[in-house]
Design a protein around this ligand. Structure first.
Ligand SMILES: Cc1ncc(C[n+]2csc(CCOP(=O)(O)OP(=O)(O)O)c2C)c(N)n1
Ligand SMILES: CC(=O)[C@@H](O)[C@H](O)COP(=O)(O)O
Ligand SMILES: [Mg+2]
Length: 629
């Protein structure tokens, strides 16, 4: 690593650089970010937007003694570069390589690994309280939170607490680039933009600043003047009404201005908000000009043009198209996104029915209970979120939707192993959590055709909530049924009178089961494959089918504990069927980041892996079966 960045092994090296050297450092950082994200994909837009901000944070504060908490963590690449990890960007988000989020295992400068938004201020509140109790009054907690994450309810719960504790040394840097993926919504967004002073005295400020140069005391006085004018022109921020000191807005790309504001905030020795105005994708024109999301999280792309490598037809496309079609038939269908209109495929529905789409911000809990309200009002809401983010809205789904038997359909994209976004992004919890929700039905399509079929069935349910889920990536090859067993699709019937194994493939694991069945057959282990389609409630015909087999194997792309495998065991027990059940799924662990396919291979959720495990299971049950090849 050459240049100034090559000399940066930690924040102390950033502090040692002169102000004149910082633009060169920023340029080198941007070049490395674009190169790494072009090669591996990644959160390029968010990180290009916090280059100067992060440099200023590490020049003013003393990480890790002053912990820096990155809300959501997707914008911590620059922080990683300035804390000695530039070399790791040669394997960004790859197995065994640098995580795309803060990682305690990587550095003492990293604290929060959870990529779920709107948590940073609560961590900061707790950390600052701990420092106070321990008498470590010289430590400041810095929390960097985006305008999008600030629309999450937890952030306001934390702000309420922090504002009430005047001696908590917390510096909250609001990284306001005006966007989540899309432009940030709601009253907060318009309030933040009202705090952006209008150009007239911004320009005046620039003019005078140019005259006085960067003489801090004069510059500060000028800021005070601007603030005074702003107080008159734009009613002061709600933050100050909350009791929080507010500094800003500051040009987040003016490193010296950011340093001045952060020093002022640090020296205040109490809770302060520094409002930084930044641009997502700054410095790379394909990102700056990318209307949809300013290169929020592109896959690999051509560095010269910004053209992303084609993703092919993904599950989300099938859902997006079918929901538009259904929306034409059903005027009561409305859709809700939590700041992820395009990633969940709701953008097409929004274009077709602009009056029937709601973007509630990063506010999944509100999304579910607002959906309950819409359902009480006679609509049928479809709430589309990534599977892992539903965790946050479990109580709302349980007590605001299901308790009232309301017709809300929840669509979980990125269900199962997502992989390179790390442990908190895997959609491995929903099939377990939702088992306990009375009256809630869950369908898991195995391919695009079944997604269309099951979505239609789900939105036709009017006496309770329904849930569908599918994984990240290309939609699975179609597998047609050869028979029907109750509501279930039989995909493979061995034709033997006493087949050995009943393979229950949940959703796209059906294809994996079909591959395994061929391998098992080759070893003389006759296998039936069924796709339950609806996994909650399970079809009681499954118990009858089980009776004619030696072993039942349930395969699902979810954590094993408390999921469909356990539900099948319970079904068989309740039916007095004592055929043994094996469940194959994601180990109940926090998985290290790697590509989805790599992880599925590692945990045995492939045709070969499954065949090997089932062969061993059968051999234990009936030793005369041939040993695994
Ligand atoms: C609870 C939760 N919901 C949704 C997401 C998906 N997500 C990741 S980043 C992001 C937008 C964040 O916007 P902002 O906080 O403004 O940060 P920026 O990307 O603009 O820097 C969203 C919606 C998430 N990580 N967590
Ligand atoms: C940080 C975050 O939660 C999102 O940006 C997520 O990383 C996007 O995931 P996909 O790339 O699967 O849409
Ligand atoms: Mg933002």
């Amino acid at each position: 690593m050459s240049g100034l960045l090559g000399s940066v092994k930690g924040p102390q090296d950033v502090k040692r650089l002169t102000a004149e050297e910082l633009p060169q450092l920023a340029g080198e950082v941007r070049d490395l970010l674009v190169d790494a994200c072009a090669k591996f994909g990644g959160h390029l837009g968010p990180n290009l937007g916090v280059v100067e901000l992060t440099i200023a944070v590490h020049r003013v504060f003393d990480s890790p003694r002053d912990p820096v908490i990155w809300d959501t963590g997707h914008q911590a690449y620059v922080h990683k570069l300035l804390t000695g990890r530039a070399a790791g960007f040669g394997a960004l988000k790859q197995e065994g390589g640098l995580s795309g989020y803060p990682s305690q295992a990587e550095s003492e400068h990293d604290h929060v690994e959870n990529s779920h938004a709107s948590t940073a201020l609560s961590y900061a509140d707790g950390l600052a309280k701990a420092f106070k109790l321990r008498g470590e009054r010289d430590r400041t907690v810095v929390a960097v939170i985006g305008d999008g994450a600030l629309t999450g309810g937890m952030a306001w719960e934390a702000l309420n607490n922090i504002a009430g504790a005047k001696d908590l040394r917390v510096v909250i840097v609001v990284n306001d680039n005006g966007r989540s993926y899309s432009p940030t919504i709601g009253g907060l967004a318009s309030h933040l933009s009202s705090l952006r002073v209008d150009r007239r005295y911004e320009d005046a400020l620039e003019y005078v600043k140019g005259k006085i140069g960067n003489v801090p005391v004069l510059y500060d006085a000028l800021h005070g003047l601007k603030k005074g004018i702003k107080d008159v022109v734009a009613p002061q921020a709600m933050f100050e009404d909350l009791g929080l000191k507010y500094v800003g807005p500051i040009d987040g790309h003016d490193e010296q201005a950011m340093e001045a504001a952060l020093r002022k905030a640090r020296d205040f020795r109490g809770p302060v908000i520094v409002h930084a105005l930044t641009q997502k994708g700054r410095g790379y024109s394909p990102a700056e000009n990318h209307d949809e999301d300013q290169f929020h999280s592109p896959g690999a792309f051509d560095r010269a043009t910004g053209a992303e490598k084609p993703k092919g037809r993904i599950w989300t496309n099938v859902f997006s198209e079918e929901l538009v079609r259904l929306g034409g038939e059903r005027q009561d269908l409305v859709a809700i996104t939590a700041a992820m209109l395009h990633p969940t495929g709701l953008n097409a529905f929004a274009e077709a029915y602009p009056e029937r789409i709601y973007d509630v911000g990063i506010a999944e809990q509100h999304a579910l209970t607002s959906a309950a309200g819409l359902a009480l009002g006679g609509m049928h809401p479809v709430v589309a979120v990534y599977a892992t983010f539903l965790n946050r809205a479990f109580d709302q789904l349980l007590m605001d939707v299901a308790l009232h038997k309301l017709p809300v359909t929840v669509v979980l994209d990125r269900a199962g192993v997502t992989g390179d976004d790390g442990a908190s992004h895997n959609g491995m919890w929903d099939l377990s959590l939702l088992q306990v929700v009375p009256g809630l039905k869950i369908a898991v399509p195995r391919d695009g055709e079944r997604l269309i079929e099951l979505l239609g069935e789900a939105v036709a349910v009017s006496d309770g909530p329904t849930v569908l889920r599918w994984p990240k990536g290309p939609v699975a090859e179609s597998v047609e049924r050869v028979d029907r067993l109750g509501e279930m699709d039989v995909l493979r019937a061995p034709g033997a009178d006493d087949p050995d194994v009943l393979l229950v493939g949940v959703g796209p694991m059906a294809q994996v089961c079909m591959e395994a069945a061929v391998l098992l057959d080759a070893q003389g282990i006759t296998t039936t494959v069924v796709d339950p389609r609806w996994v909650k409630p399970l079809d009681e015909a499954l118990a009858d089918a089980a009776r004619t087999h030696r072993l039942v194997a349930v395969v699902e792309d979810n954590g094993r504990v408390g999921a469909v495998g356990d539900a099948v065991s319970r079904l068989l027990r309740d039916a007095d069927c004592d055929v043994p059940v094996r469940s194959y799924g994601i180990p109940q662990e926090f998985l290290d980041h790697a590509k989805r396919a790599v992880i599925l291979g590692r945990i045995g959720l492939t045709g070969q892996g499954l065949a090997r495990q089932i062969t061993e299971a059968v051999a234990k049950r009936s030793p005369q079966v041939s040993s695994p090849s």
